[in-house]
Design a protein around this ligand. Sequence first.
Ligand SMILES: O=P(O)(O)O[C@H]1O[C@H](CO)[C@@H](O)[C@H]1O
Ligand SMILES: O=c1cc[nH]c(=O)[nH]1
Length: 234
Amino acid sequence: MSTHIAAAPGEIAETVLLPGDPLRAEWIAKTYLDDVTCYTQVRNMLGFTGTYRGRRISVQGTGMGQPSISIYVHELLAEYGAKTLVRVGSCGGLLADVAIRDLVIGISAATDSSINALAFDGFHYAPAADFSLVRAYVEKAEAAGARYHVGQLFSTDSFYHARPELRDRLTEYGVMAVEMEAAALYTLAAKFGARAMAVCTVSDNLVTGEETSADERERTFAQMVELALDAVAA
Ligand SMILES: O=P(O)(O)O[C@H]1O[C@H](CO)[C@@H](O)[C@H]1O
Ligand SMILES: O=c1cc[nH]c(=O)[nH]1
């Protein structure tokens, strides 16, 4: 057991899907995986291992924000030997054509967090996704005829930002969507020599004001997750 994950050594697969919501982790495991076991319930941040088309896959909830995902991803990498990490999240579109229900694949992630500012002390590190994962996901999205975008995410520390007008600058520079975890995921994966990617379903658009209903979100999460499973199982 690590500090925040109750799994025994070997109970977590090398490939892990990472939804923010632990109930989404449970839904993914129960909907898509065979021979599922729940390996952790610490703080209700559920984690499951099963098989998808014969391949071992785990699904671990991460919570919201970079401090939370950093704890789970650090322990997965440092203590459980995870090698491939795919965040399956939700995001808010920052460009008018990044419409609700679309998928955004984060090739990189800007951030307002001080975590990397402290770690890199004067350098501005650019957290980036693993290209082989991005390519595999794009191939599956193309084949499925999914509506998707590949571009930069913005990983914010503040869902309710004190200076929301700053988002206009991100839109001006073509940043596609805001979420809260990808920058930390990419940075930690790089530190430990692992592969990582974040894909998010657009749940709302901050430019147009469009929003999805809870029902719609669930249906689009299904496509995002199916493509992620197909990409990592390929
Ligand atoms: O749906 P998840 O994966 O939690 O992702 C997004 O939703 C949460 C905010 O509502 C943040 O965690 C953000 O990154
Ligand atoms: O972090 C997030 C997630 C979805 N929508 C947002 O506006 N922000």
